[in-house]
Design a protein around this ligand. Structure first.
Ligand code: E4P
Length: 225
């Protein structure tokens, strides 16, 4: 399972890109609204300089022609740009038309296996089930990921399953076990997932023991007899 960062924050992306685990980035209008002073185009181009992988840029039109206008413009910014469209009939229409033009799509706001099936039939590159938002309303988001993975495998559909709306580190593990191709993770969740108290404790005790060892090396050898 690949890890994408779910952010438009350049500094977060710069840091995680250094870790060598980052395969892509997803943005959306909410994440864009948290950036300041840069245009949509500048943010996406800046991300493309930092990460060599798919970068999702979201359209806001609700009709297929509008999505196509926006998406064609975004796709010119960088070859790695993937166009996000919502899970509605106009979105699937846009996906099928983008596909004919060789433009990759990420169908977002997916909350049902039927929506995922239709996105794949239309030719989506990525489907984004929002597991956290389903959990928020007492539905089992991870079960949706499992169902989509099963359906795509049974019917040999090539659309990649991207677990989105990830809320905590366990979601990453569960998404990997469910067979998701990608998990897009907010910076705070990814940072929390890097930590383990026994790792910190182990480093601390190794450093202290190494100091002791170095000290013993500096002692003059005892004179025999
Ligand atoms: C990613 O593509 C989605 O837009 C994102 O994961 C949504 O997450 P949220 O439910 O935390 O807003």
């Amino acid at each position: 399972m690949r890890i994408f960062l779910d952010t438009a924050d350049i500094e977060e992306i710069r840091e995680v890109a250094r870790w060598g685990i980052l395969s892509g980035v997803t943005t959306n209008p909410t994440l864009m609204s948290r950036t300041s002073g840069m245009s949509h185009e500048d943010v996406i181009k800046h991300i493309a300089d930092l990460v060599d992988g798919p970068i999702s840029a979201e359209t806001i039109s609700l009709d297929a022609d509008g999505m196509l206008d926006e998406g064609r413009r975004f796709a010119k910014w960088h070859p790695n740009v993937v166009i996000k469209v919502p899970s509605i009939p106009a979105g699937w229409e846009a996906v099928s038309r983008f596909k004919k033009e060789g433009i990759r799509t990420n169908v977002t706001l997916c909350f049902s296996a039927n929506q995922a099936l239709f996105a794949a039939l239309a030719g989506a590159y990525i489907i984004s089930p929002f597991l956290g938002r389903l959990d928020d309303i007492s539905e089992d988001g991870m079960q949706l990921v499992r169902d989509i993975v099963d359906i795509y495998r049974i019917h040999e559909m090539e659309t990649l399953v991207l677990a989105a709306s990830i809320r905590h580190p366990l979601h990453i593990i569960e998404a990997a076990k469910a067979g998701a191709d990608i998990a897009t993770v907010p910076y705070k969740v990814l940072e929390a997932a890097t930590k383990h108290p026994l790792t910190d404790k182990g480093i601390d005790s190794f450093l202290k023991d190494w100091e002791k060892f170095q000290g013993s090396q500096r002692q003059p050898a005892a004179v025999a007899g």
